[in-house]
Design a protein around this ligand. Structure first.
Ligand code: NAD
Length: 592
């Protein structure tokens, strides 16, 4: 065994596995006594596509990766034609698995063609018992794909035909790879040279040690993966390609080569299926290593524990998307913030509940754990306190990780005419409603951007952001500023795959009315107005849970501005198409 064979990973050990006249270059990391995770790369790649993921997994597992025949440092079959059939690739997999984990089944992970071939391993009888779990990333089974096409051809509906045409268009490169000689010439010539830049630009793959120098020959040899298998399998797909191990499917929603519909009926073939989606392009092992490694690690651990087949605890509507992700919500001790923390918890997210009310934040965290969050923490912080927010950001990064989704929601109400509003009142409302959001975006947004693996920021504005009112000058100004800040930030962070959303609720039944301040009135009158507005909001009775739902959906769909409640949507419409009418409403006396 030799050391240092994978760039960037110091302690990788190398061994050679012989199978059918081929020498496979195999690298191992981590403790061999731990469960084995076997990573299979795609096209045109070599095992180095896994460097980032492997390094993360090696802290917990025995990680093994190998260069597929004809790629990287493994030797190529002679002749090439017929040397890359799925049967031969299965021989290779079994030889590697037997060499690195002779007594225990391995946890298989495949990306792109690595996943296509792994589907073969996990569905053929001769590999039964050798695979403990399979994580599939961006590479369907050719048999399932063949059946998918057949079904759409034999029973076409407009929807099915559109799906078929959609995937047909995404497969343009597959047709090209079937032409003789040209792909080889292109890869060994200009395409091979430009590929790193193309990946960087089109796929946002960070530049560095990848792809390796073997790329032109990897890509030229790998063309035979397509030629040896695709046409024959798609024409005569197996009808018994059922997975004999639990499968986790990770689907990048922005994959330029594969339609999400390919997996619509996958439960039929893989009954123990866990679905995961992430907003990213095709090369997620390079662009989203944290997320990919976390999902692989959790799936492996779940399938290592004895007992009945594990189910994912999270049952929320978006468990596929938020499971294991780190979500920080401010103002999480009450109302919209608490409901949002719970909705993320139900979807399996890890939750940091932040509020100046320490007890309330701790309670939200405790409840979050009960309803599905694998981990949740309460943090007592005043969002308007810059230093306290800085400390929070440091602590969260050090102890829980980089926040994937930030919800700047803490806010306070202030009512009263402009002439009654003192500068102290202004300061208070802007400190919390605007500066609180600025601190959150600045500190956690920076961490997200520095990590370079995307993320999302949600800022709770209000319908008051675009609906003027003589009764709410300070509050509305703070919320209009939050709306504009969100729009500007959205433009700035788009290039880094960080989405920004402004949520604009109308009247929502929360505690805000009982704590809102009323400028220019006596303490007694303030109490009376708080009570009255609480009653009104209670009568309106729009639940904060619905705002939480809108927040999760806005993150999933990367929406810019989301009015919630019919009155908020109506006001948004009027602000665009009937601003005069909205101005007339602004002059009306509030019903207090
Ligand atoms: P809420 O009073 O029920 O919850 C607000 C939470 O924020 C409370 O737990 C409070 O302790 C916390 N908080 C206040 N100031 C803080 C600070 N400085 N630091 C940390 N935490 C702080 O109110 P809610 O209705 O859930 O409000 C949440 C957000 O929604 C606010 O930004 C509010 O302006 C906005 N909003 C509410 C409504 C509505 O009708 N309820 C409508 C539009 C927008």
């Amino acid at each position: 065994m030799s050391k240092g064979i994978i760039k960037g990973v110091e302690d990788a050990r190398e061994r050679w596995v012989r199978t059918g006249g081929i020498e496979l270059c195999v690298a191992e990391l981590g403790d061999p006594d731990r469960p084995t995770v076997l990573l299979v790369h795609g096209y045109p790649d070599s095992k180095e596509v896994w460097t980032e993921v492997a390094a993360r997994l090696a802290e917990r597992f025995h990680v093994v990766l190998y260069d597929v025949r004809g790629h990287g440092r493994s030797s190529a079959p002679v002749p090439l034609r017929g040397g890359f059939t799925l049967e031969k690739l299965t021989d290779d997999f079994l030889a590697v698995a037997d060499a690195v984990s002779p007594d225990e089944p391995v946890h298989l992970v495949g990306h792109d063609w690595g996943s296509v071939q792994s589907w073969e391993f996990v569905t053929v009888p001769r590999a039964e018992g050798r695979i403990a779990s399979f994580t599939s990333i961006s590479g369907p089974s050719l048999d399932h794909f063949g059946q998918w096409i057949k079904k759409r051809m034999s029973r076409p509906t407009p929807r099915r035909t559109a799906q078929l045409l959609g995937q047909g268009a995404k497969s343009w490169y597959v047709y090209l790879l079937h032409t003789p000689v040209l792909p080889e010439l292109a890869w060994r010539g200009p395409l091979g040279k430009r590929w790193p830049k193309i990946l960087e630009r089109a796929e946002k793959v960070p530049s560095g040690d990848y792809p390796t120098a073997s790329l032109p020959s990897d890509a030229a040899h790998g063309a035979w993966l397509y030629r040896d298998n695709v046409r024959s399998r798609l024409r005569r797909p197996r009808t018994d390609a059922y997975a004999h191990a639990p499968v986790q499917l990770i689907t990048p929603t922005g994959d330029a080569f594969l339609s999400e519909h390919l997996y619509d009926e996958l439960e039929h073939w893989a009954p123990q299926l866990t679905r995961r989606t992430l907003p990213a392009k095709h090369w997620v092992p390079r662009t989203r290593p944290d997320q990919v490694a976390a999902w692989i690690g959790d799936f492996v651990t779940a399938n290592e524990s004895p007992g009945p087949a594990p189910q994912t605890a999270a049952t929320g509507a978006y468990a596929d998307r938020f499971s294991g992700r780190l979500v920080l919500v401010t103002g999480a001790a009450s109302g919209i913030g608490r409901a949002t923390a719970f909705a993320f918890a139900e979807s399996g997210a890890r939750v940091v509940a932040v509020d100046r009310d320490a007890e309330g934040a701790a309670r939200t965290a405790e409840m979050s754990r009960l309803i599905g969050s694998p981990d949740a923490w309460g943090e007592a912080v005043d969002v308007s306190d810059e230093q306290a927010m800085e400390k929070l950001a440091e602590k969260v990064a050090a102890e829980y990780g980089t926040v994937d989704i930030l919800v700047n929601n803490a806010g306070i109400g202030l009512s009263g005419s402009f002439l009654d509003t003192t500068s102290e009142d202004w300061k208070q409302v802007l400190d919390v409603n605007l500066w609180g959001v600025i601190h959150g975006c600045r500190l956690f947004g920076k961490q997200m951007a520095d990590r370079g693996q995307g993320g999302h920021i949600v800022n709770t504005a209000s319908a008051a952001a675009y609906q003027p009112s003589k009764a709410l000058p300070a509050y509305s100004t703070s919320k209009a500023a939050v709306l504009m800040l969100s729009e500007c930030l959205r433009a700035e962070l788009a290039g880094q795959d960080i989405g920004v959303t402004a949520i604009c609720p109308g009247l929502v039944n929360t505690n805000i009315t009982s704590t809102a301040r009323f400028a220019g009135v006596s303490a007694e009158e303030e109490k009376r107005r708080q009570k009255k507005s609480s009653r009104l909001y209670g009568l309106r009775n729009y639940p904060p849970e619905k705002v939480a739902e809108a927040i999760l959906s806005a993150v999933v769909n990367n929406r810019a501005v989301v009015p919630v409640t019919p009155e908020a949507r109506g006001a948004r419409f009027m602000s665009r198409f009937a601003p005069r009418a909205l101005r007339a409403v602004a002059r009306m006396e509030p019903p207090l």
